[in-house]
Ligand binder design. Structure first.
Ligand code: AMP
Length: 144
């Protein structure tokens, strides 16, 4: 039996506005922001607003909303960063590689022949994250 949802996780704090994030998108049920230790430049995270721990416990309707936002962010990343492809990652439970226990999808822009940065990763420069978030927000606005 998996553990219950823990409301003090870092993404729950971001959702409540208790800690800052480089936000790129928000609607009624989802939010997206930059990953502060990116696997590649432009790495974003998409989360549900619902208190879901993993892909196992989320309600299917909330999961659908999250995947729709993942697609929006992936399309925006392709244009904003001139990416050649996108890697989507989702880790559920520690055994699956999860470190933050609020469901999230990684949206990682890729260039042909590149390699994802290995773990543990460095913190990105905040000015760079702000610039990338701005580029993604303007692509998302154009797409509306
Ligand atoms: P995982 O749970 O393994 O799928 O990965 C958690 C991800 O959250 C990692 O890529 C971290 O770099 C990222 N992360 C951790 N804390 C924050 C934060 N405060 N803001 C944005 N991203 C974060």
């Amino acid at each position: 039996m998996p553990d219950a949802y823990e409301s003090q996780n870092v993404f729950a704090k971001i959702l409540r506005g208790e800690i800052p994030s480089h936000k790129i998108y928000e609607d009624e049920t989802t939010m997206a922001f930059m990953d502060i230790m990116p696997a590649a430049d432009g790495h974003a995270l998409v989360i549900p607003k619902a208190a879901a721990r993993t892909i196992i416990d989320i309600e299917p309707s909330d999961l659908s909303a999250v995947t729709a936002t993942v697609q929006k962010v992936a399309r925006a990343a392709l244009s904003a960063f001139g990416a050649d492809g996108i890697t989507i990652q989702q880790f559920s439970e520690a055994a699956g590689g999860q470190e933050v226990f609020h469901l999230h999808f990684h949206v990682i822009p890729r260039k042909t022949g590149d390699h994802l940065r290995p773990l543990p990763r460095d913190f990105a420069d905040h000015a760079l994250l702000a610039e990338q978030a701005k580029a993604l927000r303007s692509m998302l606005m154009e797409a509306q």
